[in-house]
Design a binder for this molecule. Structure first.
Ligand SMILES: Nc1ncnc2c1ncn2[C@@H]1O[C@H](COP(=O)(O)OP(=O)(O)OP(=O)(O)O)[C@@H](O)[C@H]1O
Ligand SMILES: [Mg+2]
Length: 378
């Protein structure tokens, strides 16, 4: 059910409008002047606002301007309602930031149709403020489960943050990944609360509530978790909307996309600047990796910004030369991580990363050596 805030100084008009809109199923908030309207808009973040134009102390133009100036409310569609019908008034309304203009006397059917049109047309996410610097988005995909993808992502993420960049780790793994747990945070379900209603616009505020910060300064966006993910999976539009919000706040966004190519994962991959395919050095994992690269090419992604990182978790030598691996995978190989089962286990137990636990270890250096792959040309 969409919530509509109606702002009008005329009490009778206000009640009538409220009654009309309630009857067709909208949830209604009423405000008798501009100040009250702004307060309720910020408090309740309605789906749409209908505001009268001529009101004492603060008119509808000013209400619109202030709503547009506030990051919390700037995405809300606004319909201005007025007895005036001259063209210049309409222009002034649109210039102040109104989305539509309805002249009084209002025909209920017309107002309802215009409200519905605005609600249908609204973008999935508030338009980003112009001139914001955008982050570099790097998607991490696993050739299969359990290859060490999340370990790689959090270690490079922390190493990059330490080098002075702002990094955000976003967990889009479809069955609920464990980026947050690896860094000692219990994932909250705030993202779930946001996504439960598919018509909800994901706002920067929602993301702000769901985000968590690690002591290193890295920020994390937890996934929709475990069993809930099955009933409330992230959809393609939401995934894109979320990335559009977070990329305004940091230098790098590393996205854990897991190993299932869902619609959300695919839509995220399409806006990534780089894709890191994580695999093990064995024939089975290579086979899976090739299926993924085929899929990426099928959905129209070129392989220029795609590279593989191999994680050799077992001490048994893998027996492949670098050129053999390149021949098999047919994409760039960005790096190989050596086996460190004890250290990986120790880091998991301590709810930290290998780079934090043993910064001088050869594997920490291998993670750090991958940083220029993501920072060059960005
Ligand atoms: N270089 C390494 N050497 C040995 N073990 C490692 C190494 N890197 C990661 N591991 C271990 O491998 C296991 C899987 O790692 P991780 O959870 O990062 O993989 P994943 O691909 O994200 O898995 P999932 O598909 O479950 O999300 C973990 O126990 C981790 O500690
Ligand atoms: Mg993982």
């Amino acid at each position: 059910m969409s919530t509509v805030l109606v702002i009008d100084d005329d009490v009778n008009a206000l009640k009538l409008l409220g009654y009309t809109l309630r009857k067709v199923g909208f949830k209604i908030l009423l405000a008798q002047n501009g100040f009250e309207g702004l307060k309720k808009a910020e408090e309740h973040i309605p789906d749409l606002i209908v505001s009268d134009l001529m009101m004492p102390r603060m008119d509808g133009y000013e209400v619109t301007r202030r709503l547009r100036a506030n990051p919390k409310t700037r995405h809300i569609p606004i319909i201005i309602l007025t007895a005036k019908s001259q063209v210049q008034d309409k222009v002034a309304g649109f210039e102040a930031g109104a989305n539509d203009y309805v002249t009084k006397p209002v025909m209920p059917a017309e107002l309802i149709a215009r409200i519905k049109a605005q609600l249908a047309a609204r973008p999935a996410v508030a338009a980003p403020t112009p001139l914001q610097a955008r982050a570099r988005l790097v998607g991490f995909v696993g050739a299969k489960g359990g290859v060490g993808l999340t370990t790689l992502l959090v270690n490079i993420g922390l190493a990059l943050q330490k080098s002075g960049k702002d990094v955000m780790l976003v967990d889009f793994k479809s069955s609920g990944g464990n980026v947050c747990q690896m860094l000692g945070h219990a994932p909250n379900n705030d993202l779930l609360t946001i996504l439960r209603n598919p018509s909800t616009i994901v706002t920067p505020d929602d993301i702000g509530r769901a985000m968590m910060r690690h002591t290193s300064g890295v920020t994390m966006l937890p996934p929709v978790h475990g069993v809930y993910a099955r009933y409330h999976p992230l959809d393609a539009k939401q995934a894109k909307a979320i990335l559009n919000i977070v990329d305004a706040n940091v230098d790098y966004v590393f996205i854990d996309l897991g190993n299932a190519m869902t619609q959300a994962v695919t839509s995220a991959l399409k806006i990534c600047h780089q894709i890191c395919l994580v695999t093990e050095p064995n024939l089975l994992a290579f086979d899976q990796a090739r299926r993924i690269t085929q899929y990426l090419s099928d959905v129209g992604l070129n392989s220029n910004n795609l590279g593989a990182v191999l994680i050799n978790r077992s001490r048994t030598g893998h027996g492949f030369t670098m050129s053999q691996i390149k021949d098999i995978l047919k994409i760039d190989v960005w790096g190989i991580i050596s086996p460190v089962p004890e250290l990986a286990h120790q880091a998991t137990q301590a709810k930290t990363t290998i780079v934090e636990l043993q910064p001088n270890h050869i594997v920490s250096q291998q993670f750090e050596q991958l940083i220029p792959i993501f920072t060059s040309n960005s």
